[in-house]
Design a protein around this ligand. Sequence first.
Ligand SMILES: Cc1cc2nc3c(=O)[nH]c(=O)nc-3n(C[C@H](O)[C@H](O)[C@H](O)COP(=O)(O)OP(=O)(O)OC[C@H]3O[C@@H](n4cnc5c(N)ncnc54)[C@H](O)[C@@H]3O)c2cc1C
Length: 574
Amino acid sequence: MPMKKHTLTDGAPTVTAANDVFDADCDVLVIGLGTAGVMSAIAAAGQGCRVIGADAAPLAGGVGTAACVWDYYYGARGGLYREINRKADALLAEGVYLSTAREGVSTYPTSVKSLALEDTLDALGVTRYYGTAVTAVYTEGGRLCGAELFGERDFVRIRASVVIDGADGAVCRLLGLQTLPARKCDNRTARFARTVAMRDGEGRLCGAWHQGDALPQDAGTEELSARFLRWSAKPPCYAERFDRGNRLFGLGCITGIREAACYETEEVYTFTDWLEGKRPEKVAFYALSQLDNSCADVWNEDDDFVDWRTLCNMNPYAFSVGISPYLLMAKGMDNLLLAGKHIGTGHILTSGVRMRSDMEKLGEAAGVLAALCVSNRCSAKEVADLHFPAYRDLLAQSGCYDADNDRGICDLNLPDRGMWRICSLPQTAAELKECLSGITPSLGLLAVRLHRVPIDDGVAAWLTAENRLLRENTAVALGMLGDRRALPVLRDILRGDTERYLRYWDEFQYGWHSTTDLCNFIKAACLLARFRDPADEALMKEVAFYDGENEIRVTASHYAKRYFGIYEQLEEDA
Ligand SMILES: Cc1cc2nc3c(=O)[nH]c(=O)nc-3n(C[C@H](O)[C@H](O)[C@H](O)COP(=O)(O)OP(=O)(O)OC[C@H]3O[C@@H](n4cnc5c(N)ncnc54)[C@H](O)[C@@H]3O)c2cc1C
């Protein structure tokens, strides 16, 4: 079978003939030893595979070991990553590192976790190439058989039985694989973040600041350097605590892609699938997070996301997502696995499952899958089809798979023995009424959105209730279902005095529940824009082209512009 070499020429995938000469050979080649990829390498080597890894960075761990990726985010417990964290803890306890920094910043100093990873990779005999990028991959009869790396040691060609792409899809791009629909900024928006901490004269930590900036992925080196310098020179927020005895130190900085392009995998599982109640038959592990869509233009997202985030305001809730092994397999490539935020979950769901500990589990799941491909001499699909119990047993041994992590929807306000407390949605009209009458109607709105409570005339009657919250929340609920009976109340909300909503805003101050998306004024603008009723043109013009500083009105104006199709137009022009 003739061998083919796949490269990029001016960004376009190019295929040429290649010869069968390699410098090294392994069972599993991991390109990108980042958050997920490094765990793939550790998991595969732990199963006895000969593993080679490569990363463009000078050390393993990717964005996940950067000091400013905090632990406050979610992710389900259990898995090999916990052992790495324990190793990092032990290193901290030895006192070699700045252990007090961890109390204040709630993360590991960059060097400690990287060192724990490096120790583990050494112990498992994983060969690493750092400062090395993948420049080509080779296929033979539709199967991936190796890669060309370029770095400190010149070009190296490595033959492998299984390749894992832990590099934000770098291997997929070389092969010209299909991406899922995404925003234009996906895979392009890089973030720069930096953590600075301060110690007092006695060495105690007295402050930590997390700074961030967004810059285009294709920024040239000049722009990149300028941004770094500007951030370092910026009048610091910590100046007010300045004291000659204090000392400032940086804990690390990172650049990384917040949301990667997602590639088509053997099974694609999106947020809409999750909302519709579809659950994968075979689950490798459960991810647990809120939808953290860091893009500022939430109003430009699809209706499912806007329903969840804006209309139901589910921001204060995390939810578990079963990740099936088929989500880790590049479509049509037998032996290419994906480890990282570029799996086939689509960009909305990815914003939930991309959190650090879930990515670490994802890497483990891909590494074990690769190891079973090697030991069974079969494709990843065959492992999942025919050897799934053995696969899951291995993941259960480390705690990566844990049925208890299937927690449905959890309230992030209510931690319960280290796990988030499971919420139940209202089931009856009476429960729904109680929920919609209060200041946190999210679960009631979601129950309506998911058709868990039948909407009859009795519910519609709440549109004229004395209780303003019940009236307005019912209008939002019905409006979300496209029920025109909601229109008069939605219009009343928009005609209302926004000052009242600003005061009302304070009523919503309830821990994590206080977000800018919570206000019914914004929700009404969003829904009336969806209805596009000609009778609302004047009202919507006033809301959409608001030019003042009222925070609620500014946010509402973005949603209202959709009434005039303005954002769709911009998207087409872009
Ligand atoms: C600024 C920022 C802040 C965040 N904060 C948090 C937080 O507080 N808590 C939390 O849980 N999550 C946080 N996240 C999310 C989470 O940390 C990341 O989503 C996760 O670490 C991504 O894992 P990954 O394996 O997909 O990517 P990465 O860890 O970025 O790994 C990708 C690796 O591929 C390598 N690579 C790329 N291209 C190539 C190539 N061509 N050849 C070879 N190697 C290549 C890179 O060097 C990198 O090591 C944050 C993310 C960002 C960007």
